[in-house]
Design a protein around this ligand. Structure first.
Ligand code: SF4
Ligand code: SF4
Length: 165
């Protein structure tokens, strides 16, 4: 009878849980792409999460979040707001329009790995302000001359100023 090979402890093992997780992630991603394509939306933030606190939600009196959601990820059923998570693109429109702070929470991951969380309109405004400032600086940098051009253009005024002193 042939001898069984001795176990060294270094044999490769198959991590069935990891494989199952990867398979379900792939399925989820495929479904998400299909759904978003069908409503004509480009997938911007791939990773994120959205939750709604039903204890603080004003529900029937409001439904603002449902009205503003661009992908119809939010819908009204049996007296509550429901989420189709695969349709959410983490755009934060619902947070911006929700009448209750900390009721909707959107967390999203940027391609550079940075994570952002939004629970109230102010969080969205702060981000918009940051982006606007960045854009203003970029535009100004394009409009303003570099040091050399600046000196060529205005240098003579400085020398005049020195002489007057
Ligand atoms: S984050 Fe945007 S896409 Fe997601 S549920 Fe809110 S409004 Fe809809
Ligand atoms: S906007 Fe906020 S309070 Fe209004 S229904 Fe949506 S989650 Fe509830």
């Amino acid at each position: 009878m042939p001898k069984k090979p001795k176990k060294t402890g270094k044999e490769e093992t198959t991590d069935i849980y990891r494989l199952l997780f990867e398979a379900s992630e792939k399925k989820r991603k495929k479904k998400r792409i299909e759904l978003l394509q069908s409503v004509g939306v480009e997938d911007i933030f791939e990773k994120g999460n959205i939750t709604i606190d039903m204890k603080t939600c004003k529900g029937v009196e409001c439904k603002f979040c449902i009205d503003v959601c661009p992908t119809s990820a939010l819908y009204w059923k049996t007296g509550e707001v429901y989420i189709t998570k695969e349709l959410c693109i983490y755009c934060t429109s619902c947070v911006l329009n929700c009448m209750v702070d900390n009721c909707i929470e959107v967390t999203r991951k940027r391609p550079n790995g940075e994570t952002e969380t939004f629970c109230k309109p102010q969080d969205v405004f702060l981000l918009l302000d940051k982006l606007n400032t960045r854009n203003r600086i970029k535009t100004l940098k394009k409009l303003l001359p570099d040091d050399e051009t600046y000196l060529k253009r205005y240098g003579k005024h400085f020398s005049k100023f020195k002489k007057e002193k």
